[in-house]
Each structure stands twice: as structure tokens, then as C-alpha cells.
Design a protein around this ligand. Sequence first.
Ligand code: SAM
Length: 357
Amino acid sequence: MKTEMKMIDEAKLNQLIGQMLSDLGGASSVAMVRIGDALGLYKALNAKEAMTARELADAVGANERYVREWLANQAASNYLAYDPGSRKFSLPAEQAMIFAAEDSPVYMLGGFDLMAAILDNQPKVEAAFRDGGGVAWGEQAGCMFCAVARFFRPGYHNNLIGSWLPALDGVVDKLNRGARVADVGCGHGWSTVVMAKAFPNSQFIGYDFHQDSIDAARAHAAAHGVADNAIFEVGTAKDFAAAELDLVTFFDCLHDMGDPVGAAAHVRRSLKPDGSWMIVEPMAGDRLEDNLNPVSRLYYAASTMICVPTSLSQEVGAALGAQAGEAKLREVIAAGGFGSVRRATETPFNMILEARV
Ligand SMILES: C[S@@+](CC[C@H](N)C(=O)[O-])C[C@H]1O[C@@H](n2cnc3c(N)ncnc32)[C@H](O)[C@@H]1O
């Protein structure tokens, strides 16, 4: 025992304990932040310069004692600022971008919803670890679908029209003139709606194999006034009906599919000879040792709890995982019959691949 104790590097241990404190604080923030979101506490704070606990509680119609305790946690988390002189709390501009501004590129409340859904998923995924089975997308716990849609929306809202589509070869010209587009694995259809709004001359059809997601996507399209050029149908990536397409898009879903090669082959059949396939996938290096960083840490967790179980619940069960990396994705795309693949652009969170026949 003594020898073992001697081998412990105190500095390393202290560093690790510091990391654990920070990690556990982050984990406890999932419930705290979601309460702030659900009760409108961040938005109410954002609407004023600064507020006492009483003022904030009155503004949202909540109990002052609970709000005071919540504010103390949020101040200790650096999620808001506290002025001891006035005993007032405020949401600085940077924190407002994360917690209150839905259109900001770094709005992160969807990330907290995702963490809650991941936790809800634990019993089913734990059982799947033992029997090697999958957990179908529609059986995942909580509103996984809403959380995923909310998590990815800021990226689409801020990048898709201004940066990702222009990085593809000649696609924006076609979309302006009037193109036929399928958005496959569209989930709640945020990406489809963003494109349909920007390109009213083009026709968009969103496909997903999950009926509830298609219902939500139809409602979003109607709410945003694009129901005429954005329609949604239930369909799998291997059997969707649209053909003679100019563009097919896959947003963060190729790696979720059981048979991504089969999906790639069907996309190839559905495209015009000069059509393009845009594949948006999580950013990742090709080797585990390239991915030992905070972004990949989150993606590997989501992959374990959502993506791998989804793929293993389908035919083939390729289970590429959310950190497949570009080399593996290129293999899959080429196996589907595409002659060229290039990384058109990227963000810290996504790589945007363009495949041509
Ligand atoms: C991580 S979500 C991404 C949803 C949406 N594209 C987004 O970015 O918000 C993956 C989506 O792929 C869909 N999906 C998974 N496998 C599929 C398949 N084989 N055919 C069609 N959709 C599939 C799921 O239903 C889910 O909506």
C-alpha cells in the first residue's frame, strides 16, 4: 500500500480532481440550465440591465426562494454576473449569446437538452451494451428528436446559406434558378426550411424514416411560410422516391444509418448526372489519437448513446459512429458509386463533404 501511495503524482492527482470538480459542475448544470430555459429566467434577465432575485422571480412568476438559489448557482458557474453592492444579477453580452439569443451561432441550450436526453437513454443503451442490440431512433428516451433539432439549428441558421452551400460547385446558381433537392434524414426539417426560405424558386423534399419528426417538420414549414416549396415525406435513405435531383443533402445522419453504403448507392441513383451530394458530418480526425479533445469527447458520448444504437437497430448495422472521420466516410461514399469526394468547407464542429458522380 505504501509503495502504491509513493507512486502517486500529487500534481497529476490534483489536476484530475480539479477536472472532476469542473465536470461534475457541468453535469449539475444540465438541470439548472434547463430550468432557467423552461421558466424564461435567461430571457427575463437579458431584457433588463440587472435584477435582484425578487425582481427576477416577479418577472417570470416564480418562487423567490428557488430563484435566489438558482441565481447563486448560476453566478458561481460564471453563467451570469453578480454585483454584491446592489445584490443584482445580470446576463453579460457573451453569456447572452449562449443562453438567450436563439439565432446566435453559439446558442447552446439545445446542447443541454441533448445531455438530458442522453441521460434518459441510459437504461436502454446499457441493456444494448450487454446484448449487442440497437435502440431504434423512435424508441430513444425523452424528446431526443427535439433536442437534436435544437442543438443543430444554430449551425444551419448561421452557416448553411452563407457558407456551406456556396462552397459547393455551382450549386447556388442552380438553387437560384430553380432546382430539385432532397434533404434526407431531415429530422425536424430545420435545414430544409432554411434552404426553402433562401431559395424560393427551388423545390425541397425532406425525408426521414421517423413519422413524428416528419410531422414536426411539416409544422415548422407551415409556421415559416414555406409549405409550398418544402414538403416532407416518410422515407428511408435507401428507398426515398424523389428522382432526377440536382442536390441531395444529408445533415448529420449518414453515420446514423444502418446501411450507409446502401444509402449512398440510392442517392447516386436519385441524382441527375451532374447533381451533387452534400454530406454534413461531425468534425473528426481519422484516428482516435487525433480526436482526444473536448469537441470529440462530446461527440463520442453522443455517438455511444445515440448514433451507434440507432445504426445497430437497422439492417446491416454498420455503426460508423459520429467520429468516423473523413477517410472512412470517403470509403462509404465511393462504395456507393461516387467518383469524386472533396471537403468543401468545415467549421470547428462539422465537415462538409461534396460528392459527385
Ligand atoms: C442526428 S439526427 C439529424 C437530423 C437532422 N438532419 C438534423 O440535422 O437536425 C439523424 C436523423 O437521421 C434519421 N435516420 C436515421 N437512419 C435513417 C434511415 N435509414 N433513413 C432515413 N432517416 C434516417 C433519424 O430519424 C434522424 O432524424
